[in-house]
Design a protein around this ligand. Structure first.
Ligand code: NAD
Ligand code: PRE
Length: 362
């Protein structure tokens, strides 16, 4: 039996979903994007099997329809979908970072909809950045509407199983509360730190000094502004709650600073460190469970293949790999992510024996 999946929005997430779903041999992927060039590119890159003329025309063929568009566009498409001629049993879903308003709209129409949110992404956007493995080991949250039944949820879960994400069902409210805390509000903080640096006029050299800490903390400020405008507007209430809590925390920190109490200041950092260090090991609270290993490497060609080659020889799989652009001279930091603390320990031991590079766990 062949299944047709229609994806609206062929950017980072729609493209990654299409690539992952192609692991099913019986799935045909149709794609639509308001940007014609993106749809053409997705077809040429083999991300989709066919670029459809329009959602409305392609909808009757689809067994599954995903909206991988900015959340405001998704809201509009969902309302339009109520007038489409859908296949019986078709399942509609999305990939949006917010769920409250989308599920409100979904519950107001007669068609079954199962909200979805893969908790993996990047500050990059567009189909060029799409990766088949993007969702592996990440949580993928599902929020079924009142019209969706158990069978439809099972069919969607079976379809998504090839992404190798950890599927989890929660309510829209729980989703928006948790993502405001661990995803949405941190984007506001990152953007505000960058604005603070940008307003610095007395010592313009400060920009040059923005090294590891500043870059790590603000990477997400390079994300797509349209996507974050929509997320912020959709989840403004929950984000505002986090902002109020943050302002109280900042006020408390100001008092701590003014107190000049070294023990209390150290305790503040120590408590934060142990809470942060426990995130992946505890397996809850953190929406990602990957285990990072930091490696100081010289900045010369071939170093990445050298490191990954040793790990491949010992059959240790890496789930992610990135370079922190922190130092512009001799060294860089290679961050290797593993599925388990055991894989990370084996990798650390192997690299200690086979290279002279210093490694550490943050
Ligand atoms: N980027 C992330 O880290 C991330 C992670 C998880 C979920 N999400 C969510 O997934 C969705 C897509 O995000 P992305 O990062 O792939 O964005 P993106 O900018 O890479 O891609 C979005 C694509 O949607 C297209 N588009 C916009 N309106 C459309 C419409 N009405 N019909 C068809 N196509 C349309 C755009 O042209 C673009 O190609 C958003 O809702 C976002 O909140 C993003
Ligand atoms: O890694 C990043 O760049 C992200 O911002 C990814 C991130 C997040 O906040 O964690 C962003 C939005 C999503 O809805 C899910 C994931």
């Amino acid at each position: 039996m062949n299944r047709t999946v229609l994806i609206a929005g062929l950017g980072l997430i729609g493209g990654s979903l299409a690539k992952a779903l192609k692991r099913h041999p019986d799935v045909r992927i149709l794609g639509v994007d308001t940007d014609r060039l993106t749809a053409e590119k997705a077809f040429k890159m083999g991300v989709i099997d066919e670029a459809a003329d329009s959602l409305e025309k392609a909808a009757p063929e689809a067994d599954f329809i995903f909206f991988a568009t900015p959340v405001n566009a998704t809201l509009k498409l969902l309302k339009e979908a109520a007038g489409w001629n859908l296949k019986s049993g078709a399942v509609l879903s999305d990939t949006g970072s917010t769920k409250g308003k989308i599920m409100e709209a979904a519950n107001a129409i007669a068609i079954p909809f199962i909200g979805g949110h893969p908790m993996a992404g990047s500050h990059k956007s567009g189909v060029e950045a799409a990766k088949e493995m993007l969702f592996e080991n990440a949580y993928y949250i599902l929020t079924p509407s009142e019209q969706a039944d158990e069978q439809q949820l099972n069919r969607l879960q079976e379809l998504l199983s090839v992404t190798k994400a950890k599927l989890l069902t929660v309510s829209a409210e729980e989703h928006d509360h948790m993502t405001a805390l661990v995803s949405h509000f941190p984007h506001l903080v990152a953007a505000s730190l960058v604005h603070q640096l940008d307003k610095e006029t007395k010592f313009p050299l400060a920009r040059q000094l923005a090294a590891g800490g500043f870059r790590d903390t603000t990477r997400i400020a390079s994300s797509n502004p349209v996507m974050w405008r929509d997320i912020t507007l959709h989840n403004s209430g929950m984000i505002a709650n986090q902002l109020s809590l943050w302002m109280k925390e900042m006020e408390m920190l100001r008092q701590l600073l003014e107190s000049g109490n070294p023990d209390a200041i150290q305790a503040y950092f120590a408590d934060a460190k142990s809470a942060r260090d426990e995130l992946p090991a505890a397996g809850h609270g953190a929406l990602y469970s990957v285990y990072d290993l930091y490696l100081d490497v010289p900045d010369h060609p071939g170093v990445i293949s050298e490191v990954t080659g040793y790990l491949a020889e010992e059959n240790i799989s890496i789930v992610n790999l990135r370079i922190l652009e922190t130092r512009e001279d001799l060294f860089g930091i290679l961050v290797l992510s593993f599925q388990s603390p055991e894989d990370r320990s084996r990798a650390q031991e192997s690299l200690k024996n086979r290279t002279s590079y210093d490694s550490y766990i943050s």
